[in-house]
Design a protein around this ligand. Structure first.
Ligand SMILES: *Cc1c(COP(=O)(O)O)cnc(C)c1O
Length: 380
């Protein structure tokens, strides 16, 4: 499936691979655990609408989006395809988003009294509460803050659909931080039960938590059961075929089964020759030491091709590596095709995909595959 047609560089997503990754995650998580498919940040650069439709067709019943506006886009895409799913707004909302949330039946995550007050304009609204057990960003702390929030929700007649937390070090095998977070989350769930609330869902765990063999899944299932709820995990990156390596002596249980979903391509715009001594790009950082044949690609850092790949990365052309020469420009990149026979204008180069993965880009750019994928946004 092609996302962003009519551009000279574009992203294709593999619906079969996306569905296969969802099945692999479901198999690792276990049949009793629901899988919320995270499509926030435009499905990590893959296109939230297209991916949401594909994931729901493949069996996902929950989707996680960034904000209310993204939730509306996903809701509309599902409706047009005759599909439905629960949609969790994962990264907060403002009072002015509340009418949209109610109108499109989105499920907001809340953690402050102000948010509870804003949502209480719509009694009966389903909401989920995030408990901060160690991320120090969004989420209510267990203890008095949680007690006050639950009381405000009851006063406002909000329906507590779920309670969840987020681990800060899920890719670390047998992490003490994770264990400490688990104890705090247990305390929070006990508080919810004592308040007389009966959430449908108790959830924790991203891609790495599902991948990490040291993660104690019976713990989550039992905790959910105590609350009369069902357990759920929230993978994002793994859906798109990537996962951080596990730190520590442990083997991934999911990572080997994952298949990358994104192929990012660019048409060859021109093929030309460089004489010995000619240079390429800003500041002439590349100097041809011999006559060369090069190809010009209409893709650059404006589209998310990281400038750190200048003189370091490669693209795939005709199944072979074509090294990037000189500095990557805003919308143009030059690659070496001297050793590749028959490269012609209009050929499709693979900028990211088979033979050059998001992990390769991440290594070259000194970052993680998450940032690479989210940063892909063909614009020219
Ligand atoms: C982004 C996010 C996830 C998904 O994380 P991955 O590492 O991509 O699997 C899960 N839960 C929360 C709260 C998140 O913000």
């Amino acid at each position: 499936m092609k996302v962003g047609a009519a551009l000279n560089n574009w992203v294709e997503i593999s619906e079969p691979n996306l569905a296969a990754n969802l099945r692999s995650i479901q198999a690792s998580a276990g049949a009793d655990t629901e899988v919320l498919a995270v499509v926030k940040a435009n499905a990590y650069g893959h296109g939230a609408e297209a991916c949401s439709v594909a994931l729901v067709r493949a069996g996902a019943r929950w989707l996680g989006v960034t904000c209310a506006a993204e939730g509306v886009r996903v809701r509309d895409a599902l409706r047009s395809a005759g599909l439905s799913a629960d949609i969790l707004i994962m990264c907060g909302f403002l009072p002015e988003d509340v009418p949209l949330i109610a109108e499109h039946a989105l499920v907001p995550v809340l953690w402050t009294l102000e948010q509870a007050t804003a949502l209480a304009l719509h009694p009966g609204l389903r909401v989920q509460v995030e408990v901060d057990t160690g991320m120090g960003r969004q989420g209510v702390r267990p203890g008095l803050p949680l007690e006050r929030l639950l009381a405000a929700m009851q006063t406002g007649k909000l329906v507590l659909d779920g309670v969840f937390t987020h681990f800060c070090s899920s890719e670390v095998a047998a992490s003490e931080l994770t264990q400490r977070q688990e104890r705090l989350f247990e305390a929070a769930v006990a508080q919810v039960i004592r308040a007389g609330l009966r959430p449908q869902w108790v959830h924790a765990g991203n891609s790495s938590a599902v991948d990490n063999p040291a993660q104690d899944w019976p713990w989550l299932a039992e905790l959910a059961q105590q609350a009369g709820a069902r357990a759920m995990v929230r993978p994002g990156l793994a859906l798109y075929g990537y996962c951080l390596p596990i730190e520590g002596r442990a083997t991934s249980q999911l990572r080997p089964a994952l298949r990358p979903v994104m192929t990012w391509k660019a048409h060859v715009l021109a093929v030309y020759c460089l004489a010995s001594g000619e240079t390429v790009g800003y500041n002439a950082t590349f100097v041809a030491e011999r006559p060369m044949r090069v190809a010009l690609l209409p893709v650059g850092y404006a589209d998310g091709l990281r400038r750190e790949l200048s003189g370091r990365g490669w693209v795939m052309l005709k199944g072979q590596r074509a090294p990037i020469l000189g500095r990557i420009s805003m919308n143009l990149t030059v690659v070496d095709v001297s050793d590749l026979a028959g490269v012609a204008v209009g050929d499709a180069a693979v900028v990211l995909g088979e033979g050059v993965t998001a992990e390769d880009h991440a290594r070259w750019a000194g970052t993680i595959a998450y940032e690479i994928l989210c940063g892909v946004h063909p614009c020219g």
